[in-house]
Design a protein around this ligand. Sequence first.
Ligand SMILES: Cc1cc2nc3c(=O)[nH]c(=O)nc-3n(C[C@H](O)[C@H](O)[C@H](O)COP(=O)(O)OP(=O)(O)OC[C@H]3O[C@@H](n4cnc5c(N)ncnc54)[C@H](O)[C@@H]3O)c2cc1C
Length: 624
Amino acid sequence: MEYTAGHYDTIVIGAGHAGCEAALATARMGKETLLLAINLDSVAMMPCNPSIGGTGKGHLVREIDALGGEMGKNIDATMIQCRMLNTGKGPAVHSLRAQADKKAYQFRMKAVVENTEHLTLRQQEATKLIVEDQKIVGVQVVTGATYTCETCVVCTGTYLKGKIFMGEVQYEGGPNGMFPARFLSDSLEEAGFHLQRFKTGTPARVDAKTLDYTKMIVQKGDEIITPFSFETEAIAIDQIDCYLTYTNEATHRIINANLDRSPLVTGDVVGVGPRYCPSIETKVMRFADKDHHQMFMEPEGRNTQEVYVQGMSSCLPEDVQIALYRTVPGMEHVAFMRSAYAIEYDCIHPTELKATLESKRIRGLFFAGQINGTSGYEEAGAQGIVAGINAALLLDRKEPMILDRSQAYIGVLIDDIINEDASEPYRMMTSRAEYRLLLRQDNADLRLTPIGHRVGLISEERYQRFLQKKTAIADEVDRMGCVTVPPSESANAILSRLGTTVLKSGMPLGQLMKRPEINYANTAALDPQRPALPNNVCEEVEIQLKYEGYISKQIKQVEQFKKLESKRIPEGLHYHHIEGLRLEAAEKLNAVQPMSLGQASRISGVSPADIAVLHVYLENHRGE
Ligand SMILES: Cc1cc2nc3c(=O)[nH]c(=O)nc-3n(C[C@H](O)[C@H](O)[C@H](O)COP(=O)(O)OP(=O)(O)OC[C@H]3O[C@@H](n4cnc5c(N)ncnc54)[C@H](O)[C@@H]3O)c2cc1C
């Protein structure tokens, strides 16, 4: 029976990583929010890796936190191991990565959602979007109930017409044994969205009792854990070890002998998978000259024997999976608890979205997460908070929040997906950010917390603490520039001990910091007036002084970038009427409707010559 079940400012469809951030943002901004999930056991579920962060992804988590999101706090509270990756390289690519206790992660996020004011959580399958006059006005669910709304954020992950593949075995299904969303795809198509099929895979979960860790290499967490959230002071936990092992020729032989039973090879899987997290059979085929691949044993929590086998994602038949896993040292007697599988699902083309993640055609309808053709929990959470903030700002008739490529990895992510129609699931990587020396994980708060405060997600108390930190950094950088180290015997003795050239004349400490042998901590003896400062302030001071030259170069590049970004393009411009523009460029520009010349220049298929034509056109029609 159809009936009206209530009215909300915002309905968020899907309570995964995108949906939780979106709903928390709208509710915390005071909007009555309904959060729907097919199954409440799927709230913040991690259907794959039990980890948050990693290269490029750790940056996203820090940025979500700096804006006032939950993901960073949630992983800080539920991690079982943490490592800062890439510490051998420069600070631009340092990335935090933590193993989560999967269930604890879910339960904590669910509790936060349940206890947030203005937020209602409900198990319901959304089946239909109700659109009137190109505006979202409601959502119908499978029981026949209709909820009316002003705005809606669709965060349905990998559930839309989900199909599971495990060799010859194929069936309709959602991730991790959930059931799929069977109807919403049709409603999206009716509303004019073009859908595409993507796929992703996951490895088996195995029983820890059947693994021989003595044949593997132990992977310990960091001795001192760096938290993800700028609000977490310290994390003191007993960390759980992970283990590293490798495939070998026997593993590869079994894979090669059974490729004809892989749905990837038989062509049954039509969805395109992520290039950067391939299945083991894809790795063996693509990198045929490699005789081994690494794999990590990652415990899924403190109170379970389930172990995630990172690197062994597969959609080969179950009997083949078991046989090939058993060729690996330490896994000779492995028992499976959940088999590996691939999942294929519907997603939209994010080129149909504005930079706010609102649909270009349907007012008030936003999209975030894997539905936008991305992969990864962190990418989903990042889009979720942006869509949530913008849905709330739209309701308040306020300026939208758009982060650009020079401000945040989140800006890079959204700019990439709305401008270039990705042909495979999009994954964040540090190499995608052109200003990565400015977009470090350590300074995400300096970049974004003022924005989080402005939109209402950062409390006054947190903002004041942030301002104190910012002032302390600036003061210390200035002070270090003013302290001169004399060419005295005692100072030079210290410098010699540090393995660096002695001084012939005085040098500011800030200048000395640029030497590779020198850091903030080891110059304390040269700096008797140094104030006692928190570690996060010292770290920032060191980076700002050490990389000053590179940072100012990048700031100059950003100024150039901003010039093109500030050249606005009027809405609804008919590109086909612009003389000199190539047909392909006009078509792409018409489809994307970029907001600025800068955005236009990043659309694939639009050349620098097209941009020059467009630039001249805009100059000639200024003020019209
Ligand atoms: C097999 C597999 C392997 C993966 N591998 C990894 C990995 O290793 N690492 C990684 O970072 N990412 C991985 N991913 C991707 C990761 O799960 C997603 O990127 C991330 O969870 C996406 O978040 P999301 O919020 O977009 O969607 P999800 O987390 O999938 O959440 C979707 C939510 O939408 C709800 N929902 C869906 N349809 C409806 C509807 N019609 N009505 C109501 N509610 C609905 C669901 O109940 C769920 O709550 C994998 C995913 C799968 C399934």
